[in-house]
Design a protein around this ligand. Sequence first.
Ligand SMILES: Nc1ncnc2c1ncn2[C@@H]1O[C@H](COP(=O)(O)OP(=O)(O)OP(=O)(O)O)[C@@H](O)[C@H]1O
Ligand SMILES: [Mg+2]
Length: 308
Amino acid sequence: MKAVLTEHLSKTYSSGKKAVDDIGIALEPGEVFGFLGPNGAGKTTTVKLLCGMLAPTRGSCRVFDIDSSQNPEKLHQVSGVVTEHAQMYDYMTGLENLIFYGTLFGMDAAESQKRGAELLERLDLLDAGNRKLAAYSTGMRQRLSLARAMIHHPKILFLDEPTSGLDPESAQNVNRLIRELADEGATIFLCTHQLRYAQEICTTYGLIDEGALLAAGTIEELRELIFSGVRVIVKADRFPKGLNSRAVGNGVYEITVDSEGEIPLLVKQIVDSGGDVYHVSAEKMSLEEIYFSLIDRRKVGKEDERHE
Ligand SMILES: Nc1ncnc2c1ncn2[C@@H]1O[C@H](COP(=O)(O)OP(=O)(O)OP(=O)(O)O)[C@@H](O)[C@H]1O
Ligand SMILES: [Mg+2]
C-alpha cells in the first residue's frame, strides 16, 4: 500500500486559477518527501487536497488507501497536518489545546495529557504549556501546532513550511523532531523552501512549478535528469596538457568525467606527468543547484514555445 497516491490530481479554483495540474505522486510508507517549488507553485493546494480540505476538480488522491475527499474523518485518524494558519484556542493553555485535540482523536484525557507533555518538552515548550495561547508568540504557536498534529501518533504528517517564522534555534528544534519522527517510521510530506535542510532530511523530492510536477525522485535520480557526469576538483602543482580542465583557483582545477570510476585514471595521468596531487574531490550537484536548473529549464522551454 502506498502512503500517498495521486492520479491526475488537478485543482482549479472558482476564480479560474489552475493551481494543480495533473499531478501523479506515489510515496512509500516511511518516505520523507520534500515538496519544493516557488511561491504560488501549488504546494499548499496539493497539501489541502491530500488532507481532504479541498476536493479535486479532476483526478484522485489516496493516503494509506483512504480517499482524501470521500473519507476525511478516517484520513484524520492516520494523519496530522501543519498548515500556515493552525486553528487552536486562544483561551486555553498550550497543554489544554493538546488534550482537547487528543480527545477529538479518540484518546482518553490521561493519555492525551501524557503525550501532550512529552511533545511540549520535545518542542521546548514545557514552560509555555501552562500559559494561555493568547500569550504565545508566532514561533510558539507554530511549534504547538506541530505538537497538535502529532498528538495521536499519525502514520503520516503533512507539514507545510513548518519552520517559517521560527528563529534559527527553534527551526533546528523542529527539524530535529521531524528527523526523529522519520526515524520512528512516520511518512513525512514536507513543503519547504529551505533546500539545504531538505537535502539533509528528505529521502525523495518532488518539484512543482505553476501547478505541474516537473520532476520527482531521489536526489540521485534528479541529478541524472540534469547532468549525469561528475565534476572533479583537483589541487595539483602541475597539470598535464590535453586534459579538459578549467582552472578555478591557484593550482585548483575542475574537470568533468563521465563517472566516479574515471577518477583514479585521472589522478594517475597527473602523477605520471610529474605532478603532485594534494586534494581530489567529486562534486555532486546540490539540491539547490538541481532546483534552479529544473526551474530555469522550464523557463527556457516556455520562452522557446512563445517564439515558435
Ligand atoms: N483560495 C484560492 N482561490 C483562488 N486562487 C488561489 C487560492 N489559493 C491559492 N490560489 C492560487 O493558486 C496558486 C497556488 O497557490 P498555493 O498556495 O498552492 O502555492 P504554494 O506553492 O503553496 O506557494 P507558497 O510557496 O507561496 O506557499 C497561486 O497562484 C495562488 O494564488
Ligand atoms: Mg504555500
